[in-house]
Design a protein around this ligand. Structure first.
Ligand code: ATP
Length: 366
């Protein structure tokens, strides 16, 4: 595994600063290894994103940590409680939002929350008060009297989130909370999650969306084939594949030595020329006015430019660099048919171009 930095640890016997601690979790379904030795640590009050493609084992990990299934081996503690031996204590401390929204479409938003609050042990009066509080917090006050089946996907997801918070749990599990939502609804849900963490709620979030992990999480664990293959802050993960990249599209192809000489003051690594010499990409140290300086240098060398972009690497790039395939490659399941490339942390040598074997790609040492 690629470890960017040691996770924070505590010395307390109850896990101290750690809200979640899992070591060597394995889980098999028939001959499918859903988890193959997963380690996770989540510090109290922090938000961890467990990032991985379909079938990576994310939901299985959540199911174990929320006491809905048992591992074949390994240990898992929530707030210091072993999930196998202290299920009731664990369940009292957690809120869970599963992938499928569980609100009752025939009840109003408010009725859904009142019911959830009563099920969590509140009196009718306190349940009503808590429901109103949550409707306000999640921007649903106006919609509270309408039946939930008329809600948009984003509103239903927010109502579901609200329902998992009726008992004010200090730890929240969000299993792919924005899957299937449009960009505006995703942004709304992100705001809600940010609001929760600012109140001190610890969050374990699973996601296939790399920008979601980048937006929300302080730490990210990249999971592939049931085990973690990298861990760090989003920034560390992005930096690990070489920082920002300059991407230049030329009006016409140019000779590599001309590009090399014009761009060498700006680039910090290998220059790659593709698309028949019309597209140039290289790692750069970002500085103010970089794009302008690049255009000027190329212009002075007689090279005409159509487009210049200075792009921060995405977590997609990180996943590709670590596994050799795209995070959204749905053809690879937990037992990943071989074609998907290695799962070790060794990764590929900083190359994030999808088709690096293409004969069109020339590489020029700078
Ligand atoms: P997704 O993003 O698609 O939800 P995931 O990362 O959450 O994927 P899991 O749902 O944990 O992955 O599944 C991991 C593997 O275990 C998959 O191959 C899945 O088919 C298998 N699996 C999960 N639950 C079961 C089950 N109850 N019975 C059989 N196989 C299962």
């Amino acid at each position: 595994m690629v470890q960017m930095e040691q996770p924070r640890k505590s010395g307390s016997s109850a896990g101290g600063g750690l809200m979640i601690e899992a070591k060597g979790l394995t889980k098999t379904y028939g001959n499918v290894h859903a988890l193959a030795g997963l380690d996770l640590e989540v510090a109290k009050g922090s938000i961890l994103a467990v990032l991985g493609p379909n079938g990576a084992g994310k939901t299985t990990a959540v199911r174990i940590l929320t006491t809905r299934t048992v591992p074949n081996s390994g240990i898992a503690r929530v707030a210091g409680y072993d999930v196998l031996t202290h299920g009731p204590e664990v369940r009292r401390l957690i809120g869970v939002t599963a992938q499928d929204v569980t609100v009752d479409g025939l009840l109003t938003g408010r009725q859904n929350l009142v019911m959830a609050a009563q099920l969590s042990g509140l009196s009718r009066r306190d349940a009503g008060r808590r429901a109103d509080e949550l409707l306000g917090q999640f921007g649903l006050t106006d919609a509270g009297g309408r039946v939930a089946k008329g809600y948009s996907g984003g509103m239903r997801r927010r109502l579901d989130l609200a329902a998992s918070l009726v008992s004010r749990p200090p730890l929240l599990f969000l299993d792919e909370p924005t899957t299937g939502l449009d960009p505006t609804s995703r942004a709304d849900v992100w705001d809600v999650i940010r609001g929760l963490t600012s109140e001190g709620v610890t969050v374990l979030l699973t996601t296939q969306y790399l920008d979601e992990a980048d937006q929300l999480a302080e730490r990210v664990v990249v999971v592939d084939h049931g085990r973690s293959i990298a861990e760090g802050t989003p920034e560390q993960l992005k930096r690990s594949i070489g920082g920002a990249r300059l991407e230049v599209t030329l009006s016409q192809s140019a000779r590599p030595e001309v590009l090399n000489s014009a761009l060498s003051p700006f680039v910090s690594g290998e220059l790659r020329v593709s698309e028949g010499g019309k597209r140039v990409s290289a790692p750069v140290n970002v500085m103010s006015g970089l794009a302008t300086a690049v255009v000027r240098a190329l212009d002075a060398a007689g090279v005409s430019v159509d487009d210049v972009e200075v792009r921060q690497p995405s977590l997609d790039d990180v996943f590709f660099a670590l596994t050799g395939r795209a995070a959204t490659d749905e053809t690879v399941g937990a037992n990943g048919a071989a074609g998907g490339g290695g799962t070790g942390g060794a990764g590929r040598s900083g190359t994030v171009e999808a088709d690096s074997s293409s004969s069109e790609i020339e590489e020029v040492a700078v």
